[in-house]
Design a protein around this ligand. Structure first.
Ligand code: NAD
Length: 502
């Protein structure tokens, strides 16, 4: 590789001119964000431009200033236009306003642009960055759109609020295939799946089932599944035993921060959010408002996110130069406060000086840490989903949720009297536990009751009109529903769970 050794200023001036005139430059959208965002973005852009990134930047405003103008989504329509035009987004962290009325902009951007895969690489940089786990090298592949992040929440009674957990078959298949394809491309050996399907047998169950199905297509790859609680404990204790981990959204959100932190710091991990058409690259940490404007923050997370972006836009050559220079800087002990240690660091620097140090090392490789190589890996990973026949779907009953105060037996007896020829009460649960018939007085109950109505002949198909007539009878008898869920069979198999204790 060419060994250039320029000063930061020389490269800066030289490249900004060159960039404006370069014909093969790729348009990208950049948001400078809130808190420490502008400082780490300035540092990152300076480095990648100095390395020769062939990019043309469109700057958009998102976050605090936009929320401040009364736009509750935190993003304006002109910003969406830029994102849809460039299809590549380098984003600094933003501050999510506290309180109701504001949606998380990060979730909005990921979901609106269909960024289904969130990739976070958490290796150890031991001994240069302190970690208790020098052997760890984990890639977290997190499902990015589904699960509890639909933000579909309702207060249904005085006592009870609800958040819907949605897991889809294609959403799960896409992320699981992505994890296996990623593992293959980057020469990894094992893919681990975490779920809680001993409890959530249907939602987490489908994720696990698809993992088992897809893993059979990758006989070259080891695969394993852990229940997320013990899996998380093992991850925190012996991370070197994991390689690629694929998880549903919430577990991925939590455990990718754990993985990043135990690798050294949340400040040194970048993430790629990949969709079919658009991709977004960001640090995993937030806007750290208390550090803002002090030239203290570690820009490494965003720098490594920019490296992933360069690979994504086919500039693996530049990505490699930046990443190796960053590794060399870390190895040389030039560290920001968050990773500074008397034992391993040589110089404590600010954000801007850290960027200068990386720029000074462009073209050099680390000698102890393993240098990276990206040349052959520039094509985005493409995922094809399996065509599946639509299952036969039959309505066989309805769960009707009531807001009611009293004891389960009184409710049960009243509802038994309300049955129709097609549908009658088979069970009542309170927060999922069966309380009628045959409940125990010890079970604590709140004002939210799930009342299951099915045909007397188990699993006999009923009509929507049958459901409407039981609903109408309930309303006229003084039991207005707060919501209903249809009970369906899919190819003859129940698409609903039993009550706890049923
Ligand atoms: P945070 O990640 O901003 O900060 C957590 C801790 O890590 C703080 O002690 C902070 O000083 C430190 N830290 C974070 N990044 C650092 C860096 N680059 N260098 C050195 N130290 C760093 O998390 P938080 O305090 O929970 O959140 C602050 C704000 O950021 C909130 O408004 C939150 O909603 C938002 N946030 C945004 C994103 C995003 O834009 N992608 C992600 C997470 C949080």
């Amino acid at each position: 590789m060419e060994n250039h050794n320029f000063s930061a200023d020389q490269i800066n001036l030289g490249n900004s001119k060159e960039l404006r005139n370069s014909p093969d430059e790729v348009p990208i959208t950049v948001a400078h964000g809130d808190g420490i965002g502008p400082e780490i973005m300035e540092a990152t852009l300076r480095i990648i431009k100095a390395a020769g990134a062939r990019i043309r930047i469109e700057t958009i405003q998102i976050g605090e200033t936009v929320y401040g103008r009364g736009i509750s989504s935190g993003i304006e329509s002109s910003a969406w236009e830029s994102l849809r035009r460039t299809k590549v987004f380098l984003k600094a962290p933003i501050t999510t306003p506290q309180g109701g009325g504001f949606k998380s902009l990060n979730v909005t951007v990921r979901k609106t642009l269909g960024l289904y895969a969130n990739i976070r690489h958490c290796p150890s940089y031991s001994p240069y960055i302190f970690t208790k786990h020098p052997g760890m090298d984990i890639v977290i592949v997190r499902e990015n759109e589904e699960d509890l992040y639909g933000g579909i929440e309702h207060r249904q009674t005085a006592d009870v609020v609800q958040c819907l957990k949605l897991i889809s078959r294609p959403g799960s298949e896409r992320i699981i295939r992505y994890a296996f394809e990623y593992a293959r491309r980057y020469g990894r050996k094992k893919v681990t799946c975490f779920t809680k399907d001993n409890i959530m047998k249907m939602t987490d169950g489908i994720f696990h089932k698809i993992f088992d199905e897809v893993s059979k297509e990758y006989p070259d790859m080891q695969s394993e599944h852990w229940i997320v609680d013990i899996g998380a404990a093992k991850l925190a204790d012996r991370p070197e035993e994991f390689d690629v981990i694929v998880l549903p959204n919430l577990y991925g959100d939590i455990l990718s921060d754990v993985a990043a932190q135990i690798s050294g710091s949340v400040g040194i991990v970048g993430s790629a959010n990949i969709g079919e058409n658009v991709a977004m690259f960001e640090a995993i940490h937030g806007s750290a408002p208390r550090r803002a404007g002090q030239n203290m923050a570690n820009p490494s997370g965003l720098i490594l996110a920019a490296v992933q972006m360069l690979v994504h836009i086919g500039q693996g050559d530049i990505a490699e130069i930046v990443h190796n220079a960053w590794l060399k800087t870390i190895e040389d002990g030039i560290h920001t406060y968050d990773i500074f240690s008397q034992n391993t660091s040589k110089e404590k620097v600010g954000t801007s000086e850290f960027a200068d140090a990386v720029i000074m090392r462009l073209g050099r490789k680390p000698s102890k840490l393993k240098p990276v190589k990206y040349h052959d890996q520039s094509k985005p990973i493409e995922i094809m989903l399996k065509n599946r026949p639509k299952p036969l779907k039959q309505l066989v009953g309805v769960d009707i949720f009531l807001d009611w105060e009293g004891d389960p037996d009184t409710l049960g007896k009243s509802l038994e009297a309300i049955s129709t020829p097609e549908l009658s009460l088979t069970m009542i649960t309170n927060r999922g536990t069966k309380v009628f018939p045959g409940g125990l007085p010890e079970t604590f109950c709140v004002d939210h009751w799930r009342c299951r109505f099915q045909s007397k002949e188990v699993n006999r198909e009923v009509s929507n009109e049958n459901v409407l007539s039981i609903l109408s009878k309930l309303v006229s008898s003084g039991f207005p529903p707060v919501k209903t869920e249809g009970l369906f069979l899919f190819d003859g198999q129940p698409g609903f769970s039993l009550g706890q204790g049923q």
